[in-house]
Structure formats: C-alpha cells, structure tokens
Design a protein around this ligand. Structure first.
Ligand code: ADP
Length: 493
C-alpha cells in the first residue's frame, strides 16, 4: 500500500472495511435430518391419510432439506382423538409427576442443543450464533421454568385451583420455530392439558425432531401430537370441535380470521400477532449502548421478529450523532451464510418474505424517504437482504405503518416526551417498545404511557420465561410466560 493511500484511509475503514476480513467459521455439527417426516400422532410416526408431502427448503441456499407430511382434516381429527384419549390420565397425574416429564424434556433438549441449533438455522435461515445462544437455550429454559410450576399450581392463585382446559390446539409461526413451540407446549403441559400443535409449513423440522425428545422422555402417547401443513391444516386445527382452546402466533390477518371463526364457540383464544414497535432514544441516553440496542432491536433474526424495534424515534437534538454512529456500526455487520459463526444477519426466511420486504423498501423510496444500505456483498444463492435504514420518514409512509418483518428500520424524530408517546402510539399495533434514557423517572413515565405489552428500558429484545409477553390492539391478547401465561391454560375453580 502506498503512503498516499495509507493516509487517506479513515480509521474505521481499517477496522471494519474491506481491508480486513474474517476467515470463514463454518458450523460443522450434524443436524441429524431425515429425508422425510411423517406426522406425530399418539406417540407414533404416522403416514398422512392425504398421502401428500411437501418439501422444506433452506433459505440459506434454496436447497431442499426434507419432505414433510401434509396433514388433512382426517389427520387432524386423529390427532385430536389421541389428545382426547390421553387427557384423563395426563390431567390426573400429580403435578410433581408431570413436572418430571418437563424437566426430562428440558434436559434432553440441552443434551442435543447443538444438533437442534443447526437444524433451526438450516430450516429458518437465522444465524447459527442466534439459534445456538438464544433459541435453543431459551426453549429449554421455558421447559425448566414450567416444570417448576407443575407441582405448585395450587400456589398460583391463592384460594383457587387451576384446572386444565382439556385439549388445546396450537399454531406457531416460522420466525422462532422451536422457541414458539416451547412457549406453547410447556405451560399447556404443566397445567395438565393435552395438545395438538401445528408448526409453520416452512419450518416444521425442529418440531418434528422435538417429537423424538418427547419419545425419549417417555411422554405418554397422545399427550402431544404434531400435525404439519399450511393454512388449511391450521384451519382444521382451529375449527376442530374437540379443541377447548386455541393459541395462535402469526400474522394479524390470520389472527383476525381465527377470532371470527371462534366467535360463539366457547373456545378460549390467545393471539400473539404483528407489531411495529417504537425504539425511543432520548438525548440523555448512553448513545453507544443505544446504538447497540437499535441494531439488536431491528437486525436480530433479520428483523423477522414481531416485537422488532422497526421504528426508531430519536430526539432531534441527537439525531445526527445517532445516525452517524448507526451508519458506522452497520458497516461492521456481517451479512451472509447463517451457518458461519461470525454472521450477524443471516438469510431472509423465504422468497415470498424477501419479495414483501423489497416491495416495502421500494415503496419507502417512492414515497420520498431516504434509504441507506452499507456496502456489503450478499451470497448469490439463497435469499439475503442488506440492512436498510430510512431517514426522512413521515408517519404516513407505508414503511412507518406496515409491519415489514425484515432488516429495515424507519427513523423518525421527536422533540418532547409527549411527542414521542404520541408518535409511538400512532399505530394499530401494541406489542412492544424500547426507551433509552438516563432518567429512571422518564423511563417509568414512558412505560406507563406507551400502549405496548412489553416496554424495555435501556435494553431491547430481552426475554425470560418468568416475564409475560403479549400485546394490545391489533397485536393480539393473552400473555405467554410468567404466571400470567400459565393462567391462560387453566380454568380457575
Ligand atoms: P406469516 O404471514 O408470518 O407466514 P401466518 O399467519 O400466515 O404468518 O402463519 C402463521 C401460522 O399460521 C403458520 O403456522 C400458518 O401455517 C398458519 N396459518 C395460516 N393460515 C391459517 C388459517 N387460515 N388458519 C389457521 N392457521 C393458519
């Protein structure tokens, strides 16, 4: 390198630019996949009565991973029959005995943690460091936590007994397949319910692998049944007359349809739907920490997170400083192969999702917002999207109103806390929010005024099984996690 070019290279380029690059750090553990998975009904692998299968592709490279059974109405019915037959014995087991199964499940998942992390990353596209350090350990933590509740249900509500509901139907999305399974199964089983669960059609693999953990744990047949398929299978789960409760996590549109379908049936319902969270940075915040919180809030899991901090509200006095730091930070994010241990942003989950993100980004540009994407080389195969930040955004822009579910941040500014609250609450959603400030009193005031089920202060995307999670408005109702989440699976008598 000549002396001239050396003096022209800014320090950050030396640190983060093209001059230095990480060596590849590929994850090499085996995900132990089968070529084909049938349904898990009554403790047994069962061929679908439809005789149909579909292929699960890896968003990492677009290649097929496994064939998955397509469950029809007769298969869903068989699953409900099995869960109904299993209910009397399971619900009458002493809580301490049910707890032992849950502990066993948690331990077995820990034993096979790396295998599950690799399967999750291949199937869903999220970086291996996230599935390894977040999804799988958190899924195990939910089983441990609810194992602890199983023999203490009498203490949950003093003076009341928690009675199980019966068979519950559960439908989960593709963004945190194993973790959402744990959120749903663990409290249902702790309370003595039996379950028919449907994973998302694009991410069934860790659910089906999980069936082998249930078998290893010796869970009685029929207590948990897995049916795979898309919307039609989901509708059969929702509408089955033996279901006493439906728990759904997914899009607001489908959630509204489920609510309509269940009206007047007497079935209990919890819905965890979309979001458009505000991440609010006040001028007295620790800016470098806040920048890390912004990055985590929107780029974790490629932004495929219902509580993603997709609207950044930054106080006007510090807006240019925050944007400058944020842009520099973006240049150091590594986008690419999710199986590389150094990857920060992995593959977009599917071509359909990629097209949705791209359509909204184009709409943002067309509506006059200013787009920044750091220079980054994206892999040619698979579905990848550069981290994207929009400035000059107004509240009426589609990118400020619609859930993008991708690595796209819309930046707005505010002057006073009141304006921040008004802008943050100006959305049909109400799932989560973040507040960054040095003043505890301001954080508490904001938490009280923000219409969001979860408000994080000086952090973002922090989860714990003891802490209830759920939304207001079009983000749904009901809570998952904590005592509140447990109570969603019981009748108080
Ligand atoms: P997304 O748009 O994020 O894929 P969906 O709401 O379509 O979200 O999917 C979430 C889950 O709901 C998936 O398991 C999917 O198969 C299921 N699903 C889709 N349509 C229906 C429906 N009409 N009834 C029940 N479940 C459905």
């Amino acid at each position: 390198m000549s002396a001239k070019s050396r003096t022209r290279t800014p320090a950050r380029e030396l640190l983060f630019g093209n001059l230095w690059e990480y060596d590849p750090a590929p994850e090499t553990s085996s995900p132990q996949l089968q070529d084909r998975y049938t349904l898990f009904i009554n403790g047994k692998w069962t061929a679908p009565r439809t005789k149909k299968f579909f292929t699960s592709l890896s968003p990492r490279d677009g290649k097929p991973l496994a064939d998955i059974a397509l469950a029809g109405a007769a298969d869903v019915n068989a699953a409900y029959q099995a869960a109904t037959s299993a209910f009397p014995a399971w619900s009458k087991l002493p809580g301490a005995e049910r707890g032992k199964y849950l502990y066993r499940i948690a331990r077995l998942l820990q034993d096979r943690a790396r295998e599950f992390a690799v399967a999750e990353t291949l199937d869903g596209g999220k970086p291996i460091k996230e599935s390894r350090d977040f999804d799988v350990p958190m899924a195990a933590a939910h089983f441990f936590y609810h194992a602890g509740w199983a023999d203490k249900l009498d203490c949950a509500m003093p003076g009341k007994t928690l009675a199980p509901l019966g068979v519950v139907g559960q439908i989960i999305p593709w963004n945190f397949p194993l973790l959402m399974l744990a959120w749903k199964l663990a409290p249902a089983l702790a309370c003595g319910n039996t379950v028919v669960l449907k994973p998302a059609e694009t991410t069934s693999i860790t659910c089906l692998k999980f069936a082998t953990i249930l078998q290893e744990a010796g869970l009685p047949p029929g207590v948990v049944n897995f049916v795979t398929g898309a919307g039609e299978t989901g509708a059969a789960v929702v509408n089955h007359p033996l279901a006493k409760k439906i728990a759904f996590t997914g899009s607001t549109a489908v959630g509204k349809g489920i609510q309509r379908a269940l009206a007047g049936t007497g079935k209990k319902l919890t819905l965890e739907l979309g979001g458009k969270a505000a991440n609010i940075i006040f001028e007295d915040a620790a800016i470098d920490q806040a920048v890390e919180g912004i990055v985590n809030g929107i780029f974790f899991n490629q932004g495929h997170v219902c509580c993603a901090g997709s609207r950044l509200l930054v106080q006007e006095s510090i807006a240019s400083a925050v944007m400058q730091k944020l842009k520099i930070r973006l240049r150091s994010l590594r986008v690419g192969d999710p199986m590389d241990k150094n990857t920060d942003i992995g593959a977009i989950h599917s071509l359909k999702q990629w097209e949705k993100i791209d359509e909204l980004v184009k709409a943002g540009v067309a509506e006059g917002a200013e787009l920044y994407q750091p220079p980054c080389a994206l892999p040619e195969d698979g579905y990848y999207y550069a981290p994207s930040i929009f400035t000059n955004v107004s509240l009426s822009h589609r990118i400020a109103r619609e859930e993008i579910f991708g690595p796209v941040l819309s930046v707005l500014t505010f002057r006073t806390p009141e304006e921040a609250v008004e802008k943050a609450n100006n959305t049909p959603y109400g799932l989560s929010a973040g507040v960054w400030t040095d003043k505890g009193s301001l954080a508490m005031k904001m938490a009280a005024e923000l219409k969001a089920g979860v408000v994080w202060a000086n952090t973002y995307n922090k989860f714990d099984p003891t802490s209830p999670f759920g939304g207001f408005k079009e983000s749904g109702f009901g809570r998952e996690g904590g005592k509140q989440g447990l109570l969603e699976y019981a009748e108080l008598i």
